[in-house]
Structure formats: structure tokens, C-alpha cells
Design a protein around this ligand. Structure first.
Ligand SMILES: [Zn+2]
Length: 235
């Protein structure tokens, strides 16, 4: 079931994540492999992580700017093609039609074959923003971005309905696809280190990430992996 290969028909991959660093923690090794394989990779950053600190005196707007700069650096290190900041408020995401419209617009703009996002169905332990982004992205793919009567205002901007073929959920309880990141693990760590405000004093970052990646690839013919639950959407 698990494999590290990418479907030849799929050229554009779009990540939709709640906070800067979510894409690197979950998927940076896969992103590096996709770029090595010549795929287009676009990152949609829903919030700028403007509440991601334990310092009560921190300035939220400044933190958001810092984290956007960190995300751009991480994306540069991985060779991502484009990063879009939607600048929704950190910690305040709701799985509502307003957020869905924003994500549908991104789908119709970038026309991904595969969308990688948070698994909203993982029980009990989810950050509410992760649940909101995962759920809203799932609902945005089908039927909203696909069917023409939803958000027709998009057509005045030259956009068209779009069918996304697959959704890949990271953080899944029972993943069914493990991408081999043995060769790209160092680039994942390098990208994660760009998030200095988040991992700056995490001495055991590499060790923790290696243990996790090794666990995800247990019983597979490679050493390190990132795991996803794949859902077929094109019908
Ligand atoms: Zn997050």
C-alpha cells in the first residue's frame, strides 16, 4: 500500500495549513521530493501564526510578520514555487462559508491535482485551527470548488470551477501512504530551522523528528517517512 512514488498525471500540489511551520513539521521531506520530481508546489498559509508564543508581552502583529518571514525562508530552502498568506486571525478559525470561499478561490486559482492538509477527523487532540482548516479544505474541494453555482463571483475574475483529484491528510490516525524521505530528511530539518521563533531553543529537534520519521516507516523498505491518509476526490 505504501509507496514513495508520485502519480505522473499529478503536476501541481497545494498545501493548505493553519500556521507557519505546520507544512514543514508534517510534509517538508515530501515537498523536497516533489520538487526533485519537478512538480509545482504551492503553499496556502491560512493564518500567520500571530499568537504562537509563550511570551505574554509579545506584539501579535510583529510576531505575524516574523513568522511570515520565517515561512518564506523555509519555503525558499525547499524550493516551493509560491506561498500565499491569507492572514486570517490565529486561533480564531471557524469552518464557515467565509473561510471556505477563500480556500475555494485558491483552488480555482492554482488548480491543484493534489491538496495536502490537516486531517480534521483525528479524534480528540486537534488544535481548533487545524480542525477548521482540514474540514473547510475538504468541503472546499468537493463539491464547492468543483461545481459552478458556488461562489460565481469568482468567474468575474477569470477563475473557473476545478476538480482536485486527491486529498492527502497529514496527522492521520490511520495513514495509508508513506513517502520515503530518507534522502530529503536533512532538507526537512534545514527548513524547520528557518522557523527560529518556534524551534530556536529546541535542542532535540533533529532527534525527535528522526524518531518520528523512523516510526512512520517501520516495516517499510526505507528508513524515514512522512505519512498521509489519501482520499480520492475525482468522480
Ligand atoms: Zn499549527
Amino acid at each position: 500500500m505504501a509507496d514513495g512514488e508520485f502519480n505522473d498525471e499529478f503536476q501541481t500540489y497545494m498545501l493548505v495549513v493553519a500556521h507557519p511551520d505546520d507544512s514543514e513539521f508534517s510534509s517538508a521531506g515530501t515537498v523536497a521530493r516533489l520538487k526533485d520530481a519537478g512538480r509545482r508546489v504551492v503553499l496556502i498559509q491560512v493564518t500567520s501564526g500571530d499568537k504562537g508564543t509563550s511570551d505574554p508581552n509579545a506584539d501579535s502583529a510583529e510576531l505575524g510578520r516574523t513568522r511570515e518571514a520565517e515561512e518564506l525562508e523555509a519555503a525558499r530552502r525547499l524550493g516551493m514555487d509560491e506561498v500565499v498568506f491569507l492572514r486570517c486571525e490565529d486561533g480564531a478559525l471557524m469552518p464557515d462559508l467565509s473561510l471556505r470561499e477563500k480556500i475555494v478561490r485558491m483552488i480555482r486559482t492554482h488548480k491543484p491535482d493534489v491538496i495536502i492538509t490537516h486531517d480534521p477527523y483525528r479524534p480528540y487532540a486537534l488544535h481548533p485551527d487545524h480542525r477548521a482548516v482540514g474540514l473547510t479544505t475538504t468541503d472546499a474541494v468537493y463539491p464547492t470548488a468543483r461545481d459552478p453555482l458556488y461562489f460565481p463571483q469568482h468567474y468575474q475574475e477569470g477563475l473557473e470551477p476545478h476538480k482536485t483529484a486527491e486529498l492527502w491528510f497529514f496527522g492521520a490516525e490511520s495513514p495509508d501512504k508513506v513517502v520515503d524521505i530518507t534522502e530529503t530528511f536533512d532538507r526537512k530539518i534545514d527548513a524547520l530551522r528557518a522557523h527560529r521563533s518556534q524551534v530556536g531553543n529546541m535542542d532535540d529537534l533533529e532527534e525527535r523528528m528522526r524518531d518520528r520519521a523512523r516510526e512512520l516507516a517501520a516495516d517499510l523498505p526505507f528508513e524515514l517517512g512522512e505519512a498521509f491518509k489519501v482520499v480520492q476526490m475525482r468522480r
